[in-house]
Write a protein that binds this ligand. Structure first.
Ligand code: BES
Ligand code: MN
Ligand code: ZN
Length: 504
């Protein structure tokens, strides 16, 4: 058969548990084929096991193991298996889920399936995945790529599932934007590019989104000298990009950005170092290319704003992107320099590679103008966080029990996991400077904690959380690629706030 026939074929996937309870509601023809396949093979339904038959069209059975044991990790594994087993055969497919997934697991499954289809090929002259594919298929140039999946399920509450699906489609778009920004090279994804992307988003959603940009001149007027101490070393101008999303039901529409909201907004602040060379405290060369991902905090905040716009959550949110490049040059900050943050705090910069906290402290101070109800910052802040938590959980620091609880709940729902870390005042000792109010490094012990303690000094009387995503925002090594985390966590957190408000 030629390739066009091949691509047009639809395939079916049927989930099978160990006791085959999920089979009950299949159409007769499909049920017969499934039964024949089960009768003629030793397929036992173990998690992520597969078996396929090809006539008259591809049919893949995928095991889910024991139904009651389907946790977040199992659902991720299942989605990846379903995607990879199908992607070889078709552009369009149907997946029969029966009543195997509750709505939360269904949401995770749908998102993981969509994320499995993500590719970043903008800089390849010839799309690589297609080329790889073609090799497997004996040189067919444009082998099929799976882009359409129908999910079929058995439920009495289909609208609930549809809402979960819509939410996750919006989340997927935002997460893909965050991944694109992370994967882009740092010569293109620079602070000016973030400004462009924010403005493009506002143009797409003019009724709910306004953008305000603070460049270096205005930063100087505002006294944001910690931020400037980072951006000064680069020829790229530093930019603090503010995205004002007004989705709350009674919120008065505005035509231009305004610090004032009728209903207090949630504030999200992202570290956007578009390349972190370390500055004068320059990093070793090995693996430095991965420091293009140091803008992942800002990328995830922008991705969350995009998802919010698409999902139209009835809530107000301010997103702040703290964008700068950390470079060595004649204008760069020296170790030993002392500068004042926007609130007058003097900071002795003893290591220019501890730059994230410098752009963040001024950005945290700035967003307090909005009188936010909660501030959450997201940053690839410390290598020490990777030592502590590896690449599985993000570090969560907070001054507020409710925020901790809500983020932990959201984290479970999203399967975008966090671990609550300490913020005791005792750690502040390590930040004592001989010459200034505070220094920007706290020494080797508890490096992720002292970085969080530095930030805590710039947040007053507001519930605040800091997410250190150094280990989770991208996969490192040979397969280095952005994960788009923690967009799922942030979206689930905001959605949870909507539901809590509606319940009261
Ligand atoms: N962006 C880095 C942290 C980082 C390192 C994230 C590796 C992911 C992988 C941050 O700006 C940094 O350089 N932090 C220093 C702080 C130190 C100088 C106190 C670090 O972690 O070494
Ligand atoms: Mn650094
Ligand atoms: Zn950094």
């Amino acid at each position: 058969m030629d390739n066009s026939d091949y691509a047009a074929f639809a395939a079916d996937v049927v989930l099978i548990d160990e006791h085959q309870q999920l089979l009950a509601d299949l159409s007769d023809t499909l049920a017969n084929r499934v039964q024949t396949l089960l009768n003629n093979t030793a397929f036992d339904g173990k998690l992520a096991s597969t078996i396929a038959s090809f006539e008259p069209a591809p049919l893949v059975l995928v095991g889910v193991g024991k139904r009651d044991k389907l946790g977040g990790n199992a659902v991720q594994k299942l989605a990846k298996t379903v995607y990879s087993s199908l992607s070889k055969y078709t552009t369009h497919a149907r997946v029969w889920l029966g009543d195997g997934l509750d709505s939360v697991m269904f949401g995770q499954f749908a998102l993981a399936l969509a994320n499995a289809a993500y590719q970043f090929t903008d800089y390849l002259s010839q799309a690589k995945s297609t080329a790889d594919h073609a090799n497997e298929k004996g040189g067919v140039a444009d082998a099929p790529r799976l882009t359409h999946i129908e999910l079929l399920l058995k439920t009495d509450t289909i609208t609930a599932y549809q809402n979960v699906l819509d939410f996750n489609v919006a989340l997927h778009h935002g997460q893909s934007l965050a991944r694109d920004l992370g994967n882009m090279p740092p010569n293109d994804c620079n602070p000016a590019y973030f400004v462009q992307q924010a403005q493009a988003l506002a143009k797409q959603y003019p009724d709910v989104l306004q953008v305000k940009v603070i460049g270096e001149r205005e930063m100087a007027e505002l006294g944001m000298n910690c931020f400037l101490a980072v951006s000064n070393g680069s020829t790229q101008e530093g930019q603090l990009v503010l995205l004002e999303y007004r989705g709350a039901p009674d919120e008065a529409a505005v035509k231009a950005p305004s610090d004032v909201f009728d209903q207090a907004p949630f504030a999200l602040v992202g570290k956007g170092i578009t390349f972190d060379s370390g500055g004068i405290s320059i990093k070793p060369g090995l693996g430095m290319g991965e420091m293009k991902f140091d803008m992942s905090g800002a990328g995830s905040v922008l991705g969350t704003m995009a998802a919010l716009c698409q999902a139209r959550l009835p809530i107000n949110v301010v997103g702040a992107l703290a964008c700068a490049e950390n470079m060595p040059s004649g204008q760069a900050t020296r170790p030993g320099d002392i500068v004042r943050a926007m609130d007058g705090t003097s900071v002795e910069i003893l290591n220019t590679d501890a730059e994230g906290r410098l752009v963040l402290c001024d950005s945290l101070l700035y967003v307090q103008r909005y009188q936010p109800r909660v501030i959450i910052d997201v940053a690839t802040l410390t290598g020490a966080c990777i030592v502590a938590l590896g690449h599985i959980r993000s570090g969560l620091y907070s001054n507020d029990e409710d925020v901790i609880f809500d983020l932990e709940q959201a984290s479970q729902e999203a399967h975008d996991r966090v671990w609550h870390m300490p913020l005791d005042d005792d750690y502040q000792e390590q930040l004592k400077s001989k010459f200034a109010d505070v220094q920007n490094i706290g020494g080797a012990p508890a490096g992720s904690v002292t970085a969080a303690c530095f930030l805590a000094r710039f947040v007053e009387n507001v519930p605040w959380a800091h997410l250190d995503v150094a280990g989770t925002a991208w996969q490192t090594g040979k397969e280095a690629a952005s994960t788009g985390r923690p967009v799922p966590l942030l979206m689930h957190y905001l959605n949870r706030q909507v539901k809590l408000a509606q319940a009261n």
